[in-house]
Design a protein. Structure first.
Length: 186
């Protein structure tokens, strides 16, 4: 049953990502195009809400950057704000999915992996997704390999329930991998 849920969730995220328009990958400004993760996430949130019923995800709530500061069920050091969570308000029993999103490669990805780990290992989230747009999986692997020592200090988790979805751009297909498949050799 768990794998069926994971596959349904993965299909849901792939579909939502495929529905995000090209203009959200890099935002046009008066001085060129720039990556704006928050703009992308707002559109991704909209796309997820548009298809949530179709994937029967209406019995749990989608929250964006839910603020955990002051939450007495979270240790102070764990009061992070992931980009998205699917959960039932008011209980840890229905903590279903935690999602982090990045629009470019940088050391912030290690903080995101740590957040995913904390939410799954300490706060009963069953599934974790790391979504990387504007980069493909080979670029992610190269980045982590180039920062191997830093990665080893920060990524202590390598858990099987983290799914990585990379989408290079609007016209590209999503690449889906389990974190352990990608990072055990690094």
């Amino acid at each position: 049953m768990e794998n069926l849920l994971q596959n349904n969730y993965t299909d849901f995220f792939v579909r939502a990502l495929d529905n995000v328009g090209k203009e959200y990958y890099k935002v046009k400004t008066t001085y060129g195009e720039i990556v704006r993760e928050r703009v992308f996430c707002y559109e991704l949130y909209h796309q997820m809400r548009m298809i949530q019923d179709k994937y029967e995800l209406t019995n749990i709530s989608l929250s964006a950057e839910i603020d955990k500061r002051g939450h007495n069920g979270f240790k102070r050091r764990d009061q992070k704000n992931p980009d998205f969570v699917f959960h039932q308000y008011g209980t840890f029993k229905r903590n279903e999915i935690v999602i982090e999103v990045k629009g470019s490669l940088g050391r912030g990805i290690f903080k995101d992996f740590e957040t995913l780990s904390v939410y799954c290992n300490r706060y009963q989230y069953k599934h974790a997704y790391f979504i990387l747009y504007n980069s493909n999986v080979n670029q992610l692997i190269d980045y982590i390999s180039a920062n191997k020592e830093y990665a080893k200090q920060r990524i202590k988790w390598l858990m099987s329930h983290v799914t990585i979805i990379c989408k290079k751009g609007f016209d590209s297909s999503c690449e889906v991998y389990n974190a352990i498949e990608l990072f055990t050799e690094i």
